[in-house]
Ligand binder design. Structure first.
Ligand SMILES: C[S@@+](CC[C@H](N)C(=O)[O-])C[C@H]1O[C@@H](n2cnc3c(N)ncnc32)[C@H](O)[C@@H]1O
Length: 248
């Protein structure tokens, strides 16, 4: 675990050792991202989380009836999932994010098969257990203790369903820094090609409290049989399938 540091600052640009979207550091638990000139109901935009939406969408099982995007933020991914699942729920505990998600839905004529719920996915009561064929969580797991987050997410997955988490970790070793350094030119190039990097105004963000090997070890322990990949733009993806009898 990262030793607690009293104050870490929000910075706008990326660096190999502190990936851009993972660095809104805090003395308090949580802060809001402020780096956006994107209107709430605006067109899709790009950032390091959005970059992996394609990976998330590709993981949706065919014939998916119910999908849940946990920590849905402004609903960009939930809207995209609507084309792949019969019914999509986006859940976020931030009233502002749910407001923006609904505004995006109304403004963009987003499909009507998406419902937004303001709730805490960790509380065990707001969302039905074993109810979703597909559960995604992009840049959300590190907002809670890792084990609590994974247990809550796996509980939501229906038997035979799938979980994908896109997550963050911090650099701990020289090799971590080298690998992250390789992401920098890719990030700059993507941002240039995609019209810059934008985050929704007011989106709650946190620093990841675990480094890469801690995350890898915890994932192996808690999600046996999962497929874990460290990605270039300072994210990992982990895909886990629940068996028909509810295990992995
Ligand atoms: C860094 S943002 C990512 C948002 C979105 N997934 C994306 O990729 O743009 C993390 C989101 O997770 C939400 N979140 C964090 N913990 C949560 C919890 N326990 N229950 C519901 N939402 C949560 C925050 O409110 C925030 O909108």
């Amino acid at each position: 675990m990262r030793p607690s540091s009293p104050v870490r600052c929000c910075r706008r640009t990326g660096s190999p050792s502190r990936p851009a979207s993972s660095r809104c550091g805090t003395a308090s638990r949580c802060r809001r991202a402020v780096q956006s000139d994107q209107p709430v109901t605006g067109a899709p935009y790009w950032n390091h989380n959005v970059h992996y939406h394609r990976t998330v969408l590709a993981a949706v099982p065919s014939g998916c009836r119910t999908a849940l995007d946990v920590g849905c933020g402004d609903g960009l991914l939930a809207g995209r999932l609507a084309a792949r699942a019969q019914r999509v729920t986006g859940v976020d505990r931030s009233p502002e994010m749910i407001r923006q998600a609904r505004a995006r839905q109304a403004g963009n004529g987003q499909p009507r098969n998406v419902t937004y719920v303001e709730a805490d996915y960790l509380d065990g009561a707001s969302l039905p257990a074993c109810a979703y064929d597909f559960v995604s969580a992009v840049a959300v797991v590190h907002h809670a203790r890792f084990g609590d987050a994974i247990n809550a997410l796996t509980r939501l997955v229906a038997p035979g369903g799938r979980l994908i988490a896109v997550g963050l970790a911090y650099n701990h070793t020289p090799l971590d820094r080298v690998i992250s350094g390789c992401g920098l030119p890719a990030s700059l190039l993507c941002a240039r090609l995609r019209g810059g990097k934008h985050d929704p105004v007011g989106m709650p963000v946190e620093d990841p409290p675990m480094h890469w090997s801690e995350v890898r070890g915890a994932v192996r322990l808690l999600l046996p049989g999962c497929r874990f990949r460290r990605r270039l733009l300072w994210r990992y993806t982990v895909v886990w399938d629940k068996t028909q009898n509810g295990g992995s």
